[in-house]
Design a protein around this ligand. Structure first.
Ligand SMILES: *Cc1c(COP(=O)(O)O)cnc(C)c1O
Length: 403
């Protein structure tokens, strides 16, 4: 598997992109540069407007060598020109919205998304005079109908948190571009290995690197990858002005995790496939959503678009009361799997996400949009992030909680 613009495969890219042996010490592993400022031999301006793409380092809010190493790795893996890393996934989402939207603009955002993004779209953006339409992105006619002359950005998420619904990224990109809008995709669940976002037309590829990219549950961060001209705009606005930059230490940890991402994703996928198939055979489980199962409602789209099914499984166990009961059994009985939020780590994580609660706090859907949600999520789902433990151990652990 290779990205179009690289002569190297993805495993080579993940290890070597952005790195080189240290020219003075010969160190083979990348250095951790904590420096906040950089000595310069140039008399230059001190403004975001003076930022040059290939300029020297000046101050860590503009750029830092260790953070830049991670940015180059991610840009290379996504097959795009540039990337910016920020303090968290939410900082990355905010960067996209506040860089490319202004008062009077309109944006179309997936009606189901990471809860923080959902609340930002519903509560924060309108405060700044930005008009938001919330659309079921698996319904292409609804996407087309929502586009307006002043639509500047279409923000998708695929697969969508927490129900695993997919978006046809090529089709949505085409519609958005015809309307003159940029397209962003929160690809956190997919990881850079799970879909060829740039090839499918996505202009701004967003990740919470807290999840698969870092992969070890020990560093919070976010990233946006895309064309240089777009990433430079985000750097000027969100890094230099809004200030949510990534710590070099986090960048170093995340880059270390990223080096083995292709190997990890292969193992996440294999483990999740085994567990999804096992779950489907359990009498207590009445629905399993995983792109690698032929029972996924969009299995045909998954076969066309998804290049790694990742380790994210959603499953249902009957009504909300049963879900809460099993959740408590998980808390009491699980030996290996952690009952905790977050995802993409080497440790397996599971969390009960009840539909009514999410509707009240984050999604606030009704009518056909609520029906579409419920056709994937029922009364609630267990969102399981299958880690890198032996799948048979995870199955034994799950079995104790599902009895
Ligand atoms: C976790 C997550 C985010 C937010 O990322 P943080 O690093 O926690 O700020 C955004 N989108 C998705 C899909 C996520 O899973």
């Amino acid at each position: 598997m290779q990205r179009a613009n690289s002569k190297f495969g993805l495993m080579t890219t993940a290890i070597h992109a952005g790195e080189a042996p240290d020219p003075t010490t010969g160190a083979s592993a990348p250095a951790l540069h904590m420096s906040s400022t950089f000595v310069t031999d140039q008399v230059a301006g001190f403004s975001a407007h003076d930022l040059e793409d290939d300029g020297n380092f000046l101050y860590a809010r503009w750029g830092n060598p260790t953070v830049q190493m991670l940015e180059q790795k991610l840009a290379s893996l996504e097959g795009v020109e540039d990337c910016i890393c920020l303090a968290s996934g939410m900082a990355a989402a905010t960067a996209i919205f506040l860089t490319f939207l202004s008062a009077g603009d309109h944006t179309v955002i997936s009606d189901v998304s990471y809860a923080g993004v959902a609340e930002l779209a519903r509560d924060t953006l309108p405060r700044f005079g930005i008009d938001v339409s919330l659309v079921d992105m698996s319904d292409l006619a609804a996407v087309a109908a929502a586009l307006r002359p002043n639509t500047k950005l279409v923000h998708t998420e695929s697969p969508v948190n927490p129900i695993g619904r997919l978006t046809d990224l090529a089709a949505v990109s085409k519609l958005a571009h015809e309307a003159g809008a940029l397209v962003s995709c929160d690809a956190t669940f997919a990881s850079p290995l799970g879909q060829r976002s740039a090839f499918l037309g996505i202009d701004l590829i967003m990740h919470s690197v807290t999840k698969y990219v870092g992969g070890h549950g020990d560093a919070v961060g976010g990233a946006v990858a895309g064309r240089r001209e777009l990433i430079s705009q985000i750097r000027g606005e969100s890094a230099i002005h809004h200030g949510g930059v990534m710590s070099p230490f986090n960048a170093w940890l995340v880059a270390r995790g990223l080096s083995l991402l292709p190997l990890r994703m292969t193992a996440h996928e294999a483990g999740a496939q085994a567990i999804a198939e096992w779950l489907e055979a359990q009498p207590l489980v009445n629905r399993v959503i995983y792109p690698g199962l032929s029972s996924h409602p969009q299995h045909e789209l998954a076969k066309r678009q998804v290049t790694n099914n990742s380790g994210m499984i959603s499953f249902q166990v009957g009504n909300a009361a049963t879900g809460r009961k099993i959740a408590q059994q998980m808390i009491d009985r699980l030996e290996i799997i952690h009952y905790a939020v977050s995802l993409g780590h080497h440790r397996s994580l599971i969390f009960w996400m009840e539909t009514q609660g999410l509707m009240d706090t984050s999604f606030r859907l009704s009518g056909a949009q609520l029906e579409s949600y419920r056709s994937y999520g029922g009364d609630g789902v267990f969102r399981m992030s299958v880690g890198l433990e032996n799948p048979e151990d995870l199955i034994r652990d799950l079995a104790t909680a599902l009895s």
